[in-house]
Design a protein around this ligand. Structure first.
Ligand SMILES: [Zn+2]
Length: 159
């Protein structure tokens, strides 16, 4: 019995490369989204749309829409990537990443296996964790806009 976790991880949502590319295009994902989520690339620091983004709401997986983080757990780590101290329960799968001569903990969407970023043990209290995410792997929903904003109901019909 070795404890190599080769490709033992199975995710409920499976798509082909072409399907993911088409899906991400339909989501208006950032150009880097496919390389980040499906090929474990890292976007350049200080370039992502959520690095300095402080609206109240929820962050989702750009690939499958699963909720991953809430804005209350986001903090400014100064590293150039959106950082969170805590993930939503069961949202994130972890895997040892020994690339680039380092041992890091890779984080993946537990539903579709999208590469999101890494988690480091140098975050603030109470968890002491820093989920260092790629903006390109995330989608955001504003907590204020849960109802569809339809203002198309004829406002000025008084004579
Ligand atoms: Zn996902």
């Amino acid at each position: 019995m070795s404890n190599r976790s080769t490709s033992a991880m199975q995710f409920p949502i499976q798509k082909t490369a072409e399907e993911w590319q088409a899906h991400l295009a339909a989501q208006q994902a950032e150009p880097a989204a496919y390389a980040v989520t499906r090929q474990a690339a890292t976007e350049r620091p200080f370039t992502g749309r959520f690095n300095q983004h402080w609206q109240a709401g929820q962050y989702h997986c750009i690939c499958c829409g699963a909720a991953l983080f809430t804005s209350e757990t986001k903090f400014d780590a100064g590293c150039g990537w959106p950082s969170f101290t805590q993930a939503l329960p069961q949202a994130i799968a972890e895997r040892a990443d020994r690339s680039h001569g380092m041992v890091r903990v890779e984080t993946l969407c537990s539903q579709c296996g999208a590469h999101l970023g890494h988690v480091f043990p140098d975050g603030p209290a109470p968890t002491g964790l820093r989920y260092c995410m790629n903006s390109a792997a995330l989608a955001f929903t504003d907590s204020a806009s849960d109802g569809a904003s339809d203002s198309a109901t004829s406002p000025n019909t008084s004579a």
